[in-house]
Design a protein around this ligand. Structure first.
Ligand SMILES: [Fe+2]
Length: 222
């Protein structure tokens, strides 16, 4: 990767923690009232090609016993399978875009340490946790069928939603947000700081909730 000039590096170092002054929402009654929500960790979401999702599922299917929750590592052969469209290549590209989007400069180096698959059935949870890595992410490979629509509306303590991925930061503070929940959708791929707390509450439904997670380290330009 090309080195940037010392001047540019200094400008980036000063600006990497500065938010963009773009309103998050507006109350359009006159005079208009704009809301800014500039602080906090960045979560990025993209989509992964169905071919890669299918390839990962072909690897994972024989590892899974119906009705049993388990976790297993993705071996190197499956990580690099597919060349430029491999899990490794696609993940590194998404991480580079994430760092570039957040810091305004691409990383000098990206190293994905581990990929693993989490296969969950009804009733299983992933308690709130963070990772040891700089950057983590999750890709949905399968989602369960939730028979009762009320189940999706079911919430746990602090309004965490069943079967969704819940990201949390800090505690409750007035006029500040500390929780976001995303519904898992096959092919959706999230990238976020490894330190950001996240977890999944148990769902009640048929089938498997299958997600792939990773831990990555980055060298950034300073
Ligand atoms: Fe996690």
């Amino acid at each position: 990767m090309t080195r940037i000039s010392a001047e540019r590096a200094k400008a980036l170092a000063l600006r990497r923690y500065e938010a963009t002054a773009v309103p998050w929402a507006s109350d359009r009654a006159e005079p208009r009232l704009d809301f800014y929500s500039p602080f906090g960790p960045m979560i990025a979401k993209t989509q992964i090609a169905p071919e890669l999702v299918a390839r990962l599922n072909r690897y994972a299917d024989p590892q899974v016993t119906p009705g049993v929750s388990r976790e297993f590592h993705v071996p190197q052969a499956a990580v690099v399978d597919g060349g430029t469209q491999s899990l490794q290549a696609v993940t590194e590209a998404a991480i580079a875009r994430y760092v570039n989007g957040v810091y305004g400069a691409p990383p000098e180096q990206v190293r994905v340490e581990t990929f693993w698959i989490v296969s969950q059935v009804a009733g299983s949870a992933s308690p709130m946790h963070h990772h040891s890595s700089d950057i983590s992410g999750v890709l949905y490979l399968k989602v369960p069928e939730i028979a009762d629509p009320a189940e999706e509306e079911k919430t746990y303590i602090s309004n965490r939603r069943a079967g969704f991925i819940n990201f949390m930061i800090g505690g409750r503070q007035e006029f500040s947000r500390s929780l976001i929940s995303f519904k898992p959708v096959v092919g959706d791929f999230y990238v976020f700081p490894g330190w950001l707390l996240h977890g999944v509450e148990p769902f009640d439904g048929q089938g498997e909730r299958r997600s792939l997670a990773f831990n990555a380290y980055v060298e950034t330009q300073r």
